[in-house]
Each structure stands twice: as structure tokens, then as C-alpha cells.
Ligand binder design. Sequence first.
Ligand SMILES: Nc1ncnc2c1ncn2[C@@H]1O[C@H](COP(=O)(O)OP(=O)(O)O)[C@@H](O)[C@H]1O
Ligand SMILES: [Mg+2]
Length: 141
Amino acid sequence: MVKEHQIIAGNFELAGRASSDLKRYLKSLNSYPRPFISRVCSASYEAEINVVIHSVGGYMTYEINDNQIELDFYDDGPGILDIEQAMLKGFSTANQIAHINGFGAGMGLNNMYELSNKLTIHSSHRGTHIKMFFEVGERDA
Ligand SMILES: Nc1ncnc2c1ncn2[C@@H]1O[C@H](COP(=O)(O)OP(=O)(O)O)[C@@H](O)[C@H]1O
Ligand SMILES: [Mg+2]
């Protein structure tokens, strides 16, 4: 089953909505441990906020299969200039508006890497695609 959720750039009112909808849905299934749901939705939140504050907008999709979840975030640019640098703890190009809204600590990509079982990033000036894969495991007990 695949579901899609739009993410609007610069909209701090709606920022996080896709991830909280996902959280509500996962809880309603009654088939995932709470720590697993937290892990998935924290990673989702970081990726969603990045689309809000760093891109011109995009969407997320999620696919749920038994004990596995795949999240995909797509946006339409401007892309990540240097992915290795972007992954560094504390690195951020967030602007003042993002900072005023409490974002831009430069930990998001790192958190996504730690929280997911697999993270892949594809990016060019035409857009960024973040794919995260989660599997229920020992850390979710
Ligand atoms: N979807 C995106 N589009 C463009 N740049 C991005 C995107 N996601 C992340 N980045 C770049 O990677 C940097 C690090 O991201 P992150 O670790 O989430 O920190 P933060 O969002 O706090 O800046 C961002 O500051 C930005 O330069
Ligand atoms: Mg971020």
C-alpha cells in the first residue's frame, strides 16, 4: 500500500503534518512497537522539515509491508550541493526564517541516518530524493 502526502515549502503552519499523519496511521494499525513508530516518525519529520525549509516543495510517499516501511521524499530543488558536507553534524545552510522557527541545527540528515535502517540520498539541482527504509528490530523492543 502506497500513500502520498504533499509538502509545501516555507509553510511553517503545516510543517510536520505529513509525519504526524503517518504517526497517527501507524498507531491505528496496532501492529508496530511504539519505539519503532517513534523512530520512523522522527526520521520522517526531519526529512519533511528539510523539504519545507530547504526546497521549493515536494511530497512524501510511504509504503508499509508487514514489518517494513519505506519512506520517500521528493522535492523539486535546488538540491544538496555537497551531500558529504550536508551529512556532517552541525552543518546547515538554513536561513534566518528557519532559525526563528526553531530549525537549522544541522542534525537532520545525521538523525535520519541513525534512525533508519537504510538511507539513500540522490540530489541534483533539479531536486532531491531521500529514501529511508525501516525494519522492526532489536532496538525497537
Ligand atoms: N531537501 C533538501 N534540499 C536542499 N538542501 C537540503 C535538503 N535537505 C538537506 N539539505 C541541505 O543539507 C543541510 C543539512 O541538513 P540537516 O542535517 O537536516 O540540517 P538543517 O536542516 O538543520 O540545516 C541543510 O542545511 C541543507 O543545506
Ligand atoms: Mg534538517
